[in-house]
Design a protein around this ligand. Sequence first.
Ligand code: DHB
Ligand code: FE
Length: 289
Amino acid sequence: MAKITASVYTSHVPAIGAALDLGKDKEPYWQPVFAGYDFSKQWIKEEKPDVIFLVYNDHATAFSLDLIPTFAIGTGAQYAPADEGWGPRPVPTVQGHPELAAHIAQSVIQDDFDLTIVNRMDVDHGLTVPLSLMFGNPPQSHFEWPCSVIPFAVNVVQYPVPSGKRCFELGKAIRKAINSFDQDLNVQIWGTGGMSHQLQGARAGLINSDWDNRFLDRLISDPAGLAEVPHIEYVREAGSEGIELVMWLIARGAMEDVAGGKPAKPVHRFFHVPASNTAVGHLILENQS
Ligand code: DHB
Ligand code: FE
C-alpha cells in the first residue's frame, strides 16, 4: 500500500528561486537561507520519496479572477514551469502521478471535500521553489526532478479563503486516501507558503517572528489547537500573505499521529529573517507509525 512517511513545510519566496537560478546562492544575503536546507537535501536523498503530494498556492498564474477553485488537485501527467513575467524558471517539467491523483480525488470527494480536478496547468514559484530548496536545481546532464509530484493548489489569494480547521480536516481525508492506494509508494506531503509577510498596503513588509515561531511550536505539538486559530488572527499577526500558512495544516492533518498513531518526529527545524519580504520557515516531521 502507499504510505505517507513524512511531511515537509517550507516557505516558497520567489526571490529564492531567482537567487538559485542566477547563481547567487553563495552571496552573503542568500547563503544563510540555503544553509537552512543543507540537512534537508541530504535527508531527502536518503528518504527517496516516490511521490510528493505538494500543497501550494497558485499566485494568479494558472488561475485568475476568471476561475477561483478553493482546492484543486492536479491529475495530469505533467506540468510545465510557468512564465511569471520573466520567462519560465529553468527547472525541469514536473511529472505528475495521474493514477494516485485520480484515486485521491475519488476518495476525498466521496469524503465530502469538493475538489476541482485539473488536468492541465502550469506551476508557479509556489510549487517550483520548494522543489528547488529541497533537491537543489537538477544539473543539465540529468534534467529531471527525482520523483513524481501531485500538485494541490489552495486558494489563499482571493477572498474567501478556507479556514485552518477545514484545511486540517482535509489533510485527514488525504491521509486516508493515500493509505488506501494499492501500490507500494513512499509518499511525502508538503505544506508550503508563509511565513508571516505582507506585500501590499500600509503594513507592507510586516514580519512577526514571535508569532511564526509559536506557529512552528504548535504545528509540532498542538496541531488540532492550531487549526482552531481564526482567519482574522493570521491577517492581524502574520500579515495579508501570512494566510498562506493554512496550507501547512493540510500536510499536518495527513500525519499518522492525528489519526491516533505515535507522535510525529521533528527531524529538522529552521527559521530565518529576512528573505525578500518574508520570514523563511522550514520543518520536517517523520511518521513513527
Ligand atoms: C513574496 C513572497 C511570496 O510568498 C510570494 O508568493 C510572492 C512574493 C515576496 O517576498 O516578495
Ligand atoms: Fe506566496
